[in-house]
Design a protein around this ligand. Structure first.
Ligand code: NAD
Length: 341
């Protein structure tokens, strides 16, 4: 059993912590929580051990009647791997503490690539990160792009990629972010940083991305154009995506789903936690003409990186050398069956 700690118990940290508890080869030792809010109360109720970032914050937990096991240093002395899910740039500040404690580290996409030995996506470079001291699981948008690109590259070959990212403005629980009535070029320059992020995992890829932010909290949507290495057909692309792990196909004709609102409404009814860690590709949007492939895909930003975090722990701890075996265990425990409808 690999002993795992999670530092940062927000959107990503809560989901990764819960996923760790479901793995047969991992033990969740505890999580670091900054404030004794509803998420801390829920964690305590679920029997998750809570640690505080510093001794100064212990008092607030005591007042709220929440038991705290110690500080982040105490947690680090009890784990083999720490998953850092703190806000953008905070993980870098923790890095020396993690290193001095001799624990392996999984960082998130909000950190600079230089924070870790390698950036990571299971379908693209699992074997390359085996036994490293640290990896960075790339962002939600990059994870969505890489699942598609590495699947198509393996089956047909990818010459170049161009993608427009329509990004959600905030996560559903974030009450202070916008835009409320605008479409923001974000960033206003092309290429957006997402192309560079894809290259941190697949350096040889020819890719350009641009991005806008829109007033929604549910999902991101990408319009992707791929120039293939050879002529292909819609049928071939469909069968590759059907076979690929963590990609589900949304047939608008059969399901009536033509929007992120309908998709997440369906998911909430099917999944107890309302999450969709799979990449959702809209079947009717798949268009293949010679070497050109175009499609729309949707990314549930709150959960898509959770399976990759679990695989990252397995790769660092060398629990299995085989990415497909890690995917099998992760997806089975998280209930990712590919058959959502
Ligand atoms: P979040 O704000 O929801 O959660 C961060 C948590 O860390 C909060 O609970 C906060 O209280 C806590 N925290 C703040 N300072 C801390 C400190 N010094 N020590 C310990 N905990 C501290 O953020 P998030 O959305 O979960 O993002 C975490 C990381 O995951 C970021 O790198 C982000 O870019 C990445 N990410 C986010 C999403 C997303 O859509 N939310 C998707 C993929 C990747």
């Amino acid at each position: 059993m690999v002993r795992v700690g999670v530092n940062g118990f927000g959107t990503i940290g809560r989901r990764v912590a819960q996923a760790v508890t479901l793995q047969p080869d991992m033990e969740l030792v505890g999580v670091v929580k900054t404030r004794p809010d509803y998420a801390a109360l829920q964690a305590a109720k679920a029997g998750i051990r809570i640690y505080a970032p510093s001794s100064e914050s212990l008092e607030a937990f005591e007042k709220a009647g929440i038991r705290v096991e110690g500080t982040v240093e105490d947690l680090l002395s009890r784990v083999d791997v720490i998953v850092d899910a703190t806000p953008n740039g905070v993980g870098e500040k923790y890095k020396p503490l993690y290193r001095d404690a001799g624990v392996r580290q999984v960082f998130q996409g909000g950190e600079k690539p230089s924070v870790a030995d390698a950036s990571f996506n299971t379908l693209c470079n699992y074997r390359e990160v085996l036994g490293l001291d640290s990896v960075r699981v790339v962002s939600c948008n990059t994870t969505g792009l890489l699942r598609l690109i590495c699947t198509i590259n393996r089956g047909i070959g990818v010459s170049s990629v161009s993608a427009v990212l329509i990004r959600r403005a905030a996560d559903p629980r974030e009450v202070k972010r916008g835009p409320v009535n605008s479409i923001n070029l974000n960033p206003p320059t092309v290429p957006s940083h997402h192309a560079l992020d894809v290259k941190t995992v697949v350096p040889s890829i020819d890719i350009v991305t641009s991005a806008v932010v829109v007033p929604t909290t549910l999902m991101h949507v990408h319009h992707v154009t791929i120039t293939l290495k050879r002529d292909s057909s819609r049928r071939e692309v469909l069968s590759l995506l059907e076979e690929a792990p963590r990609i589900i196909l949304i047939d608008s004709g059969r399901t009536g789903i033509k929007s992120t609102a309908q998709l997440m409404d369906a998911v909430r009814f099917m999944r107890r936690n309302g999450d969709l860690p799979e990449l959702a590709v809209f079947t009717d949007s798949i268009h293949v003409e010679g070497r050109r492939l175009m499609l729309f895909q949707a990314v549930h930003q709150e959960s898509i990186v959770v399976p990759e975090n679990i695989d990252a722990i397995r790769a660092l701890a060398r629990l299995t050398e085989d990415p497909m075996e890690s995917i099998r265990v992760t997806d089975e425990t998280l209930g990712l069956t590919k058959e959502i409808f």
